[in-house]
Design a protein around this ligand. Structure first.
Ligand code: SF4
Length: 369
C-alpha cells in the first residue's frame, strides 16, 4: 500500500533552526493554499486511480495553526479522490501552542487517528532559545487533550546548554502524559538559519557530546518501554508509524503542496518550494513539480540498502535478491567484510548492531557505489 503526504507551510512564527518550507507571514493565504492543495489532489487522481493508500500524513509547517475546517476538508478530499483504506493511519502534526479542544475534537471526527506533537524540549529556556512558540505548560495541556489517543512526541538533542537531565525530563514528561511514540532527533544547524551562528561560535554541543546524549536517550526510552525501530524513532509495542515505515521500506507515496516530495513507479519528484510559484502552477492547471528523477536499478538497490539499514529490522536479503535478481552476499561481500564488527547477520537478515545504529551513515557509505 502507498502513502499520501500533504504539506501545510504555515507557522505561528519561525523557529531559529528551521529551514523547512514554512511561511509565518503568509498565513493569511491559508484558505487559497488549501483550495490549491485540494485541486492538486484532484489533478493527480486519474493517474493514481489504481493505487491503494493506507496512510495520510498531514505535516508542515504547522498544520494545527490553520482553521480546523480546512483539515477536515483535506481528509474528505483524500477520501473522495483516492482509495484511502477505511482503517488508514491518518496523522497530523501539531505545535502545542496552536491547539484547542475544539480543533482536536474535529480532527478526531474527520478520522484523524494519530497526532504528532512538536515538544522538542521540556525546558522552557531552551524552547525560547529555539524560538519555539510554546512552553512546557502548553505541551501538558495539549497532551491532556490527547489523553487516550495515539500520539507521538518530537524530542530534540544537541541543544545549547542541554544536559542529560534535561533530556531525561523531556522524555519522562512525554511518556508520563501518554505518548506512544517518540522521535528523537539531533539538532542540525543548517546554513542560513539563525542557529547556524551559534554553531559557528562553538556554542552547540560537539558530535561526541550529541552522540552521548543520544545513547542516554536510547537507554531512557528503553527503560520506559519504547522500542527503537529506526535510528531516530521509538515506539510502544504496535505503535510504529505506518507512514514512516513505508518510506524506509522504499514504498510509494504521493506528496501534495509546497516542497512535498513523492515516489511513484520508481520516479522521485519534488514540488516547488516557492509559495507564489505553487499558486501560479495550480491556478494554470500545471503540476508544481520542479525536480524529477527516474531511479535506475542500481539506484533502487542502493536506496533499499540505505533505508533498510536505518531500521532495527534491517535488510531482508531474500526479498532484496528476488526483487532485483541479485546475490546480495556476493555483490556486497567487500562492504560486509569491512563492516562485519558492526553488523548482525542472521540468516537472511542484515542489520546494524544497536550500539552502532547512530553512526549508520559511515557504515552505509561502504554499500554505495
Ligand atoms: S514549527 Fe516546525 S516548520 Fe514551523 S518554524 Fe518551527 S521548525 Fe519550522
Amino acid at each position: 500500500m502507498a502513502g499520501i503526504y500533504v504539506h501545510v507551510p504555515f507557522c505561528k512564527s519561525k523557529c531559529r533552526y528551521c529551514d523547512f518550507a514554512s511561511f509565518p507571514d503568509k498565513i493569511g493565504f491559508a484558505e487559497s493554499y488549501m483550495t490549491c492543495v485540494y485541486r492538486e489532489m484532484l489533478m493527480r487522481s486519474e493517474e493514481l486511480k489504481d493505487y491503494a493508500f493506507d496512510t495520510l500524513y498531514i505535516g508542515g509547517g504547522t498544520p494545527s495553526v490553520i482553521d480546523e475546517s480546512y483539515i477536515a476538508m483535506l481528509v474528505a478530499a483524500a477520501r473522495k479522490y483516492y482509495k484511502l483504506a477505511p482503517d488508514a493511519e491518518i496523522t497530523i502534526e501539531m505545535n502545542p501552542g496552536t491547539v484547542s479542544a475544539g480543533k482536536i475534537a474535529l480532527y478526531k471526527k474527520c478520522g484523524i487517528n494519530r497526532f504528532s506533537v512538536g515538544l522538542q524540549t521540556a525546558i522552557d529556556s531552551q524552547l525560547e532559545e529555539l524560538g519555539r512558540c510554546h512552553n512546557l505548560n502548553q505541551f501538558v495541556s495539549c497532551a491532556k487533550l490527547l489523553k487516550g489517543e495515539n500520539f507521538s512526541v518530537d524530542v530534540m538533542i544537541g541543544l545549547k546548554g542541554q544536559t542529560t537531565d534535561d533530556i531525561d525530563k523531556t522524555i519522562s514528561v512525554a511518556s508520563a502524559f501518554g505518548a506512544s511514540h517518540i522521535s528523537m532527533y539531533a539538532l542540525t544547524p543548517e546554513d542560513g538559519t539563525p542557529i547556524y551562528t551559534d554553531y559557528l561560535n562553538g556554542e552547540l554541543p560537539d558530535g561526541d557530546e550529541v552522540a552521548a546524549m543520544y545513547q542516554f536517550g536510547v537507554r531512557r526510552l528503553k527503560e520506559l518501554g519504547f522500542e527503537r525501530y529506526e535510528v531516530s524513532n521509538f515506539a510502544k509495542k504496535g505503535k510504529q508509524s505506518r507512514h514512516n515505515l513505508n518510506y524506509w521500506r522504499r514504498g510509494e507515496y504521493i506528496g501534495f503542496g509546497v516542497s512535498a516530495s513523492s515516489h511513484i513507479a520508481n520516479v522521485r519528484f519534488t514540488n516547488t518550494f516557492d509559495l507564489d510559484e505553487y499558486f501560479k502552477c495550480i491556478l494554470s492547471n500545471h503540476l508544481p513539480v520542479i525536480d524529477r528523477e527516474e531511479v535506475d536499478v542500481d539506484g533502487r538497490k542502493e536506496e533499499s540498502i540505505m533505508l533498510a539499514l536505518r531500521t532495527s529490522e534491517g535488510l531482508n536479503v531474500e526479498e532484496f535478491n528476488s526483487l532485483y535478481g541479485a546475490d546480495f552476499f556476493k555483490e556486497y561481500s567487500t562492504a560486509l567484510a569491512k563492516n562485519s564488527p558492526y553488523l548482525d547477520v542472521q540468516g537472511d537478515r542484515v542489520r546494524i548492531k544497536d550500539e552502532y545504529l547512530y553512526v549508520q551513515n559511515t557504515i552505509i557509505c561502504d554499500f554505495l557505489s
